[in-house]
Design a protein around this ligand. Structure first.
Ligand SMILES: [Cu+2]
Length: 745
């Protein structure tokens, strides 16, 4: 009977088999080993009809644990596919896991790995669900466009590099030249003031993307391979855009075509006509277009940092190509993008009437005047929201980060499976996201939609599974907590999540009291402790620099020197190793080795405790305690106190600054000062300031990991330390010029 009614499909069982494998692919031209789903990147588009029973068998042929998460789908927690949550512990090597869940919704969604960096490696694909009563909008053709960012580097390598330096991939930072250009344009005073403002906050105005070097793909195809969707002029097409990129925001447009947005994050919205929309990582948009001319139209998705395009074509015939765009200017963040509350805390006398506080740089897409760009405020739910209750409770989530260490936090904390936010079943809650960082974060909640408070009336608030929170801004959403389970809540930028920007939302069972953190019930405790080890990186992050050089001093002695410095360990606890020394005319003049335990105590600071062993000029052991971190104005600072084995007390301060002449040519002044509490006859050191060393290093970063440099060094002994030297007929000052190589590994 049902089958006879046009457009109504009977409930059915839809079964899919997905095979996950590691194999060589040559997407960018260079063969690299990546993860495929059924032999391809992306995996197949899974199609369902609302009301179907989905059965998806996922076979993991890789030699590491894996998982598939169904992004945006309403389903039982155990089927959500995030290891460590709801008792799901991932899919072991060689195993097949069968996901079974009823399809309770319609729209465009996607799936991806929720294990380490496997999503970036290729484990993603689209999901299209037809409404039970058929598509209400008839279109001649229906295309799925999965946008992604493909890297030849492995995801572990990318995360490792970001941990070494958050600027590892950034070659568009502000240089001395930019500063001079701004000074000429805006005046030195204002430019200095702006630069000082950024420096005090220890933030960069060019921080649009953490990772570069991507090839942007549409349905797995590069721009040269040009994915093409065919049409006959005058036909209405539905384009289902899925942003499956690991780290990329796009500005998306199709010059010559108006786009009518009919769904956001799979959920229907009242049609809104735009020329362009900003496309956050993990979001989806369904748009209608009606190309009228017999020509090729280019679909242009330009990455926010203007590093590249994901391009595709709509054409009446295969093999056609539309106009290829040139890059728009890169947006530059302004002080208006900074978190005002934080800034006021920092400087209560700040003049807020300054025009520099009013125009967001992040919002600038560089589109020509008159372009209609989708704003979140334009989104209106199609129909009426069922739950329009006012929230009875507010939960604030602060989005934080530390670019110096590449740690990302929610409420100041990195992911801890012991921590969760608890909700009673059916509770209506306002979630307020306060972005205290200079990056936009696409905040995603599993298992439930939130209603974005975008200024529309309660019944018209759009449903979202992923909400972009722009730099320095506050965004609020409403949540009806009606899906019991332990749901991941995280930033959908892959390396932000991997660096801590995740927590758990626990929704209690119907009729149960709101679970409390202290008295967490056994079930959710069990839910949260299954296999959470999956969330750490699969390697030990580390960053070591070795500078080794040789040269001549002012008495034409041959000098060689080394400086080895770095750490291995987690975000909180690190093992820090240091060694420096100097060889003059073949004899070791100075050599020391430090080993310290380093513990993060504040956003920008580590406390350190350990031992220092000197081998030359005197063999001595010291107990070391001190601080290491980033002071305001980006001054890398170290302060250590020493207690020698004979009880003598001394201290050393070191500060350095990096000025960019260009993005690869770096000038680094450095100062080091030694202080002794009392005279030390054995080491020929006086009390007070004993010596100071100044160094000016100019290096060229061919790569971050390999940089030749030139260093001019000046060393001076002071007061009675200088007297000791004079007694021994030794010089009290020394100057040297050295050439060397700096390695970062
Ligand atoms: Cu983020």
């Amino acid at each position: 009977m049902l089958a006879l009614l046009p457009g109504i499909a009977p409930a059915a069982t839809r079964e899919y088999h997905l095979t996950l494998a590691k194999e060589p692919v040559t997407i960018s031209g260079k063969p690299v080993t990546k993860i495929t789903v059924n032999g391809a990147i992306p995996g197949p588009v899974l199609k369902f009809t609302e009301g179907d029973d989905a059965i998806i068998h996922v076979t993991n042929t890789m030699n590491e644990d894996s998982s598939v998460h169904w992004h945006g789908l309403l389903l039982p927690g155990f089927m959500d596919g995030a290891p460590g949550f709801n008792g799901f512990s991932g899919i072991k090597p060689g195993e097949t896991f069968t996901y079974r869940f009823p399809i309770r919704q319609a729209g465009t969604y996607w799936y991806h790995a929720h294990s380490l960096g496997q999503e970036q490696e290729g484990l993603y694909g689209g999901i299209v669900i037809t409404p039970k009563s058929g598509e209400p909008i008839r279109t001649a053709r229906d295309y799925v466009l999965v946008l992604s960012d493909f890297s030849e580097e492995g995801s572990d390598e990318i995360l490792g590099n970001l941990k070494k330096s958050s600027e590892y991939y950034q070659y568009q930072r502000r240089t001395i030249g930019d500063f001079l250009a701004d000074s000429t344009r805006e005046g030195l005073h204002q430019t200095l003031q702006t630069t000082a403002e950024w420096g005090r906050m220890r933030m960069l105005p060019t921080d649009l993307a953490d990772v570069t070097g991507y090839h942007f793909l549409v349905n797995g195809k590069t721009n040269a391979q040009n994915w093409t969707g065919l049409f006959k002029p005058g036909e209405k097409l539905r384009l289902r855009f899925i942003n499956a990129a690991a780290m990329t925001f796009y500005d998306l447009r199709i010059p010559g075509l108006k786009m009518t947005i009919i769904a956001a994050d799979g959920q229907p919205v009242e049609p809104v006509e735009v020329d362009e929309f900003r496309f956050g990582t993990a979001e989806t948009y369904d748009v209608l277009v009606t190309p009228k001319d017999d020509k090729a139209y280019t679909i242009i998705a330009e990455s926010l940092d203007r590093e590249g395009f994901a391009l595709a074509t709509l054409a009446p015939r295969e093999g056609m190509k539309g106009d290829i765009p040139t890059h728009r200017p890169r947006a530059q963040l302004t002080m208006a993008d900074m978190n005002m509350a934080l800034m006021m805390e920092d400087d209560p006398d700040m003049d807020m009437s300054d025009p520099r506080y009013s125009e967001s740089g992040w919002a600038q897409s560089g589109a020509p005047e008159g372009t209609k760009i989708l704003r979140y405020e334009d989104l209106r739910f199609l129909g009426q929201q069922k739950d329009t209750r006012a929230p009875t409770r507010e939960v604030t989530v602060r989005l934080g980060g530390n670019m110096d260490r590449y740690i990302w936090t929610l409420d100041g904390k990195t992911f801890d499976p012991e921590n969760a936010v608890y909700f009673a079943y059916g509770e209506r809650v306002r979630l307020t996201y306060i972005n205290e960082t200079m990056m936009a974060h696409p905040i995603h909640l599993h298992g439930m939609f939130v209603q974005l408070e975008n200024g529309q009336t309660d019944a018209k608030l759009p449903n979202k599974h992923t909400v972009i929170v722009p730099p320095g801004q506050t965004v609020s959403v409403l949540l009806t907590a009606d899906e019991p389970g332990a749901w991941p809540f995280h930033c959908h930028l892959l390396y932000h999540m991997a660096s801590g920007m995740m927590t758990t939302f626990v929704v209690g069972e119907k009729g149960a009291a709101i679970p409390k953190a202290a008295g967490m019930d056994e079930a959710s405790h069990h839910m949260m402790h299954q296999g959470h080890e999956d969330h750490g990186p699969g390697f030990v992050p580390h960053a070591f620099t070795l500078e080794a050089d040789g040269g001549w001093d002012n008495r034409s002695a041959d000098i060689a020197a080394w400086d080895f410095d770095g750490w291995a360990g987690g975000d909180r606890n690190k093992l820090w190793l240091k060694s420096e020394g100097e060889v003059m005319n073949g004899a070791t003049e100075q050599a020391e080795l430090w080993g310290m335990w380093s513990r993060n105590i504040d956003t920008f600071w580590d406390a350190q405790l350990g031992l220092r062993q000197d081998f030359q000029p005197y063999r001595n052991s010291y107990l070391v305690a001190g601080l290491n971190g980033l002071a305001p104005y980006f001054i890398e600072t170290e302060a250590h106190g020493f207690i020698k084995d004979d009880g003598g007390v001394s201290a050393r301060l070191r500060a350095e600054y990096e000025a960019l002449l260009t993005n690869r040519l770096v000038l680094r002044p450095q100062i080091e000062v030694d202080i002794n509490a009392s005279e030390d006859r054995e080491e020929k050191l006086g009390a007070g300031l004993t010596d100071a060393a100044l160094e000016l290093q100019l290096r060229y970063e061919i790569e971050r990991s390999f940089a030749p440099y030139m260093a001019l060094r000046y060393h001076q002994k002071f007061a009675s330390t200088a007297d000791f030297a004079r007694e021994e007929n030794e010089p009290t000052t020394a100057t040297s010029l050295n050439l060397g190589i700096r390695f970062l590994f």
